[in-house]
Structure formats: C-alpha cells, structure tokens
Design a protein around this ligand. Sequence first.
Ligand code: GTP
Ligand code: MG
Length: 440
Amino acid sequence: MNQSFTPEALRRREDGKRPRALALALQLPGDDRDTVVANLEELAQLADTAGAEIVDSVIQPREKPDTKAWIGSGKAEHIGALVEELDLALVFADDDLSPRQALNLQKACGVPVVDRSGLILDIFATRARSSEARTQVELAQLNYLLPRLSGAWTHLERQRGGIGMRGPGETQLETDRRLVRTRIRQLERDLKTISRQRATRRKGRDRRFRVSLVGYTNAGKSTLLNRLTGAGVLAEDRLFATLDTTVRRLLLPDGAECLLSDTVGFLRKLPHHLVASFRSTLEEAAEADLLLHVVDLSHGYWEERIRVVDHVLQDLGAGNTPRQLLFNKVDLVQDPDELRRASLKHPGSLLVSALTELRLEELLRELGRREGDTWCEFQVRVPLNAYSLTGVLRREGRVLGEDADEKGFLLRVQLPLERQARICRELAAQGCVISPEAAS
Ligand SMILES: Nc1nc2c(ncn2[C@@H]2O[C@H](COP(=O)(O)OP(=O)(O)OP(=O)(O)O)[C@@H](O)[C@H]2O)c(=O)[nH]1
Ligand SMILES: [Mg+2]
C-alpha cells in the first residue's frame, strides 16, 4: 500500500512543473464572504508553500457540509469536469474532511483531494529538520492517516499529485494498520523521552527571565529574534518557516539578561494531531515567564489572527501566562488610523518593525521592566557560622552587594518573586535575619 508522494510526481516537480490545483471552500450561512475569500487565499499560500499552483478556486454556498461528499455530489461531479478541463492534478479543500467525504470527493474528481490538515501536515513533513520535529510530524501524519487507510485511496495517489502525505511518515504508509499502530506507540514513547529531556534542560537552564515569541505564522517572529540577538534563524516570506525552537540570550538595557525563544507559528485550524504532537516543542512557549505575541499589523485580518493565537495558547495551557502584544510590520502600514486603532484597541501594546528595527529599543525597555518586576530585593544577614547559606542565595537569586562584620555577613540580594517566600522561610529557619525594607 502506498499513499505517499509518488516518484512520478517527484519527477514532475524536478522538471520545474508544479502540480496544478483547484482550491475549494464552503460558504455556510453566517459565513462572511470576505472571510471565506481570505481563508481561500491562505489555502492558496499553503498550497504554494507545498509546491502546488492554485489555478482556480470555487466557493460553494451550502446550508451545511454534505456528509457524503462535503460540497454535495452534484457539485462534486461539476468539479470533476473542471478538473478534466483544466488538466488539474489535485484538489485542495479548505476544511477538514472526514475519510468518507474525502474518498467520495476524490472519486468524483478523479484526482487526489487534500484537505486542510493534510496540506499542513505535508508542509510540516517537508520542512521538519531536527529529529524531534520529524518524530512529531510523523506521529501527527500517522494519526491522521490511520482512519484513512484503505485500498480505495491508493490508485489515485499513485497516478498523480503527490502533495498530501510526504516526508518522514512516508515509508510507514506502505505497511498495514497494525504496523502503523505499533509505529504510533513507538513514536509516542520517543516523544515522551524527548519531552522529559526538554523539561530537564529547561530546569537546568538557570533562573533567567524567559520570553517566548508566539504568533501567527509569517508574523515576523524569527526576523525579530534575528534582529535582537543575531541568531541567524531562517526567516522568509513563507508559512511555517520555523518548526524547531531556538533559544537565544538577550541583553536588556539595565544589564540583566533574558532568554528569548522562537518557535513554530500558529495558523487557523491547525490540525489537532499536529498541536498534540508539537506539545513538547510548544511547552517551551507555554512555560515562559512572558509571551511576546507578535502580530503582523499589515495583514487585513490581524484581529482574527490574534484570536486564533489566543485560542491555541489556551489549548496549550498557556492562557494565563503574562503577555505582551507586539504589532509588527508597521513599516508596511500606510494608514495612520490603523496604527491608532490597534493601540486603542489593545492598550499597552507596542508598535514596531522588526525588519527596519523601528522602536525595538522601546521593546527592550519594556522587556527590562517586566524582567525587573519578577524580582524583589532584600537585605539578608547570614550568621557567621552559616556561610554556606550565601551559596544558596547565589544559586537561587542574585547577590547585588556583600559586606561582613563581627556578627556575620550582610548581603543585598534579589530573589525571584515566585520563590521568595519559600527561600526566606528556609533562611529564617537557619538563623538569618531578612529585611525587605532594604529594597532600594
Ligand atoms: N516589511 C516588513 N517585513 C517583515 C517584518 N518582519 C518580518 N518581515 C517579513 O515577513 C516574512 C516572515 O518573517 P519571519 O520572521 O520568517 O516570520 P515568522 O513569524 O518567523 O514565520 P514562521 O516561522 O513561518 O511562523 C519575512 O519575509 C520577513 O522579512 C517587518 O517588520 N516589516
Ligand atoms: Mg519563524
């Protein structure tokens, strides 16, 4: 059984010819036409990232999706004729289709039908580089594929097309369901190990303030990381340029440091299996001290995109992590009213351009301020016979000044807010005298 990217299709690509495709969307009652069109444009961009060329698109108004053929069997026949006429190799659906809907639509169209999840998984599969990302994508692919494993799919996939199921999962698709399940269990075990290793790395990573760049794909997160830290992360005008997490040190204006991490971007209707698989990568974001939510203000639907990102963060359990909204690409925004509208709607947000480095100092000052807010200052008197406790203070906090007299050692320290109560209790139990009033 082979549902993967066919050698034939590969050859077509190497020839420089991209598979020609059609994009399909439903417009249900209550759907705003402009939004459906914008979503179709996003689908076309995804298809382009995957290597296909959208030559036409069709929006089908319906009361509700047809359980058998999604757009309805009559319309499916019509699409089949269009596919023939335009000599298309693929059809993309801007929704997630049930295996049955996809199969019926595929039969009517005569070419493979790739739904939104299938397309996103395909892009991730071709872009995954690190072994962690590859494991995550393979797991998501196999979970997606399992209910779709059926002989009826294979002959069409072999004929032409290709996009939909490439990448690390590819070799597995030649096996049967039982083997796929076994492989899924293996991958889940691997990911658990990776997740544990990540957690250990995070723990050992010291007490620096952790800031995570989050946002819709293509918002400019990697560009910002590069501009601020010289990280050299790939940043390009494509969806899902970044799949792996990069963490870099960032020096703040007051001399403190934070750790800035860049990770995979979010997207409307991100496949559930993918989010689940990428959980360990995304935990990096979920466990940050601050989420720097980067928004492309030049995009017409930035408000909807903010909602999408908020939703995904909620799903990841990062709903309550402190946030800073950062409107990016303001160099592309011609209308000053748009800038005002964004600021008024989101008080406390910042307006920057990562590319032209506009107002990045303001961002750094804000990060410095937020970092400072996470510490509190104390004066601690450590008895002479308990010198080892100064080591505890150095490990758990920052020692700003140190003095000694005949009664002991006098330290001016900053302790992290969330642990200060515990540390102070422990120190007091060992004879230290702590005075918060000493804070400058
Ligand atoms: N004009 C302009 N373009 C920008 C700005 N910031 C980023 N870009 C461009 O936007 C595109 C996407 O930037 P990336 O930094 O790759 O975006 P990302 O958020 O990391 O995207 P993913 O990794 O795909 O999630 C690139 O072509 C950047 O050059 C900006 O402030 N102004
Ligand atoms: Mg990126």
